[in-house]
Unconditional design. Structure first.
Length: 144
C-alpha cells in the first residue's frame, strides 16, 4: 500500500494499525464495487473511508447534528452521508454495510440518536501516546 492510500484510510493521530483479516475479508477488500454511475471503486478504499472516521481516543464526535460521546475505536456514520459520498443508493449502502459485518470487518449499532460502527478486525493502533488495543475486537480474534 502506498503512503497516500495509508494516509487516506488512517484516522488522524494514528501512526500505525494492526489488522486480522479472514481470507474471505481479504479477498473482498481486493475487489471493487460499482457506484450508481457504473464507476468501480476499490473495496479497500471504501473500507478505508469508514476506518478514517474512527476516533483513536474517547471523546465527543461533532460531525453530525447532535454531538455524541464515542469510545476509542468507534466511528459515527450516516447511511445518507455514505450514499452521497459514494454515489450509491441507501439500500445499496445498507447491503454493503451488511456484507462488511458478515465478513467481520465492522459491527454496527443503529439507534434513534446515532449510528455507530466498530472495527472488530482491527487489533490495535499506535499513537504518540503508545499502543492501544482495540476494545471492540471479537474474543476469538484476541486468542490468535
Amino acid at each position: 500500500m502506498d503512503k497516500e492510500t495509508y494516509r487516506f484510510m488512517c484516522p488522524a493521530g494514528i501512526a500505525s494499525l494492526s489488522f486480522l483479516f479472514s481470507g474471505k475479508a481479504l479477498q473482498w477488500l481486493c475487489g471493487t464495487t460499482k457506484d450508481d454511475d457504473g464507476r468501480e471503486t476499490s473495496n479497500f478504499i471504501l473500507f478505508g473511508d469508514l476506518l478514517a472516521r474512527m476516533v483513536p481516543a474517547a471523546g465527543e464526535c461533532k460531525g453530525f447534528r447532535r454531538p455524541l460521546a464515542l469510545s476509542a475505536g468507534q466511528a459515527q456514520y450516516s447511511e445518507e452521508q455514505l450514499s452521497d459520498r459514494w454515489n450509491m443508493g441507501r439500500k445499496r449502502i445498507r447491503n454493503l454495510l451488511a456484507t462488511l459485518t458478515d465478513l467481520g470487518l465492522i459491527d454496527t449499532c443503529r439507534s434513534r440518536v446515532a449510528s455507530v460502527m466498530t472495527f472488530p478486525c482491527l487489533r490495535g493502533w499506535e499513537t504518540a501516546d503508545g499502543i492501544i488495543s482495540n476494545p471492540f475486537i471479537h474474543s476469538e480474534q484476541r486468542e490468535k
